[in-house]
Design a protein around this ligand. Structure first.
Ligand code: UDX
Length: 435
């Protein structure tokens, strides 16, 4: 069996590497030649724990990476894993998936085998049937269910756990005709014998992904709202609240860490896309509007907290600890840190940022508008306020000696990493009432 994977981002590359490491014949396709070169040398083009090693194992087996679609001509399964980023109006941008469908269509036009094409990219309901399918049929001059099969199969992996989640997914969802779904089901049942599989139609599979991500975002905005309330209650602690309510099995203990708001390449974009979609359907998305609004407000609250502490920010140095949208990644897409820095710059603050992995990616967005410190101490030098945003392990080790060169020892800790440290500083933590 030969498997084609079109689009080598977090999802596609992790899937390609894991399958090849398990001795499947895999061809990974991406149009970005630099990316292809890096992967051929055994490296992921982004920081992702365990992925480089998995790619290297895959390359020793039968992993081919290329920018040539003609390699897909003898594939039994062709997975589409290209990005579906967000447009400025909140809608998803289908340019890459349309291009992928067109290129795959042109290839299968010339082949005799009957491949199963699987949309793994996150797509708004009806995209598989109304956008991908007509393009495939037009460019292949072939028909779904007769000359090829089309399925949708959303992916739930988390960045920083991409390999682990690809090896052990908690669930597999397959949308499409029962006959076609059965082929993919057999493939997955062999790969992940213990993972439950839900088979349904295209549209339901597509909405499952949005329901999943917007529910996760809802949990985060919920606990961030409770965190704000806790901050107004002397001595209260959102962590204990989260721990307690998380013990109710109807609630569950995951995704209840209050913080600066959710970021990353999925949750913000998916919540906005489903809001946009529901408004097109004539449905008021009041709950999801609030989830999105609370996320935005959380960042603005952090700005107010800083202003309350240091007054006018004009030319005062503010240290930002953490640029990545979460720890263990260099990804800054939709990172709260970047948005917060932009707000601080508008108030004329001088920003110095530190991140163990993501400074280069942040620099590609912010350029020389801020300074990039190599160490935590350098970031804190002459600072009037330090804001902890990404929960990198090293930030939880900050001690009084790191703070000694600050102009004013004020710390705003959005992740409560330093709660138990006896810091000689004015310390404000998200979700903690005044002690
Ligand atoms: C998410 C989904 O978890 C995953 O299933 C989907 O496939 C892609 O989108 P990811 O973007 O990798 O994964 O990040 P995730 O771990 O979900 O975190 C998203 C954001 O929420 C981060 O900014 C994180 O800091 C924040 N977060 C997460 C919280 O603030 N509190 C929490 O309790 C959990």
């Amino acid at each position: 069996m030969r498997i084609g994977i079109v689009g080598l981002g977090f999802v596609g590359l992790s899937f390609a590497a894991v399958l090849a490491s398990k001795r499947y014949q895999v061809v990974g396709i991406d149009l970005d030649k630099d990316k292809i070169l890096k992967i051929k040398n055994g490296y992921a083009p982004f920081h992702e724990p365990d992925l480089d090693q998995t790619i290297k194992t895959g390359l020793k087996n039968d992993l081919v990476v290329t920018d040539s679609f003609s390699e897909l001509d003898d594939c039994d399964f062709i997975f589409i894993t290209v990005g579906t980023p967000q447009q400025s109006n909140g809608k998803i941008d289908l340019t890459m998936i349309k291009r992928a469908a067109e290129d795959i269509g042109k290839i299968i036009k010339k082949t005799d085998n009957k491949p199963t094409i699987i949309v793994k990219s996150t797509v708004i309901p009806e995209t598989t049937e109304r956008t991908v399918l007509p393009i495939l049929e037009k460019y292949s001059s072939k028909k779904n269910h007769i000359d090829f099969d089309l399925l949708t199969n959303p992916e739930f992996l988390r960045e920083t756990k991409a390999v682990e989640d690809t090896l052990n997914p908690h669930l597999i969802v397959i949308g499409g005709s029962a006959v076609a779904a059965n082929k993919l089901k057999k493939f997955y049942a062999k790969l992940h014998p213990k993972t439950p599989i839900i088979t349904t139609n295209y549209q339901t599979a597509e909405i499952i992904k949005y329901a999943n991500n917007s529910f996760l975002a809802t949990k985060i905005s919920f606990i961030n709202q409770i965190a704000s309330i806790c901050e107004a209650i002397p001595s209260s602690n959102v962590e204990t609240v989260a721990k307690a309510i998380g013990m109710d099995p109807r609630i569950g203990n995951l995704f209840l860490n209050a913080g600066p708001g959710y970021g990353g390449s999925c949750l913000p974009k998916d919540v906005k896309a489903i809001i946009q979609f529901s408004s097109e359907c004539g449905i008021r998305s009041s709950l999801l509007d609030a989830v999105d609004q609370i996320n935005d407000d959380q960042m603005k609250r952090i700005v107010s907290i800083i202003e309350n502490k240091i007054g006018n920010m004009n030319r005062k140095t503010i240290s930002i600890l953490g640029l990545a949208f979460k720890a263990d990644t260099d990804d800054v897409r939709d990172s709260v840190s970047i948005k917060l820095i932009e707000l601080l710059l508008r108030k004329n603050a001088s920003v110095v940022a530190h991140d163990p992995k993501a400074s280069n990616n942040a620099k590609a967005i912010l350029g020389n508008k801020i300074k990039y410190a190599k160490s935590i101490k350098d970031a804190l030098k002459n600072s009037s306020c330090a804001v902890i945003l990404t929960p990198w392990k090293q930030y939880s080790k900050i001690s009084n000696s790191d703070l000694k060169d600050m102009r004013k020892r004020i710390i705003v800790d959005s992740r409560r990493l330093l709660v138990d440290h006896k810091l000689n500083a004015d310390y404000y933590a998200i979700g903690l009432g005044k002690r």
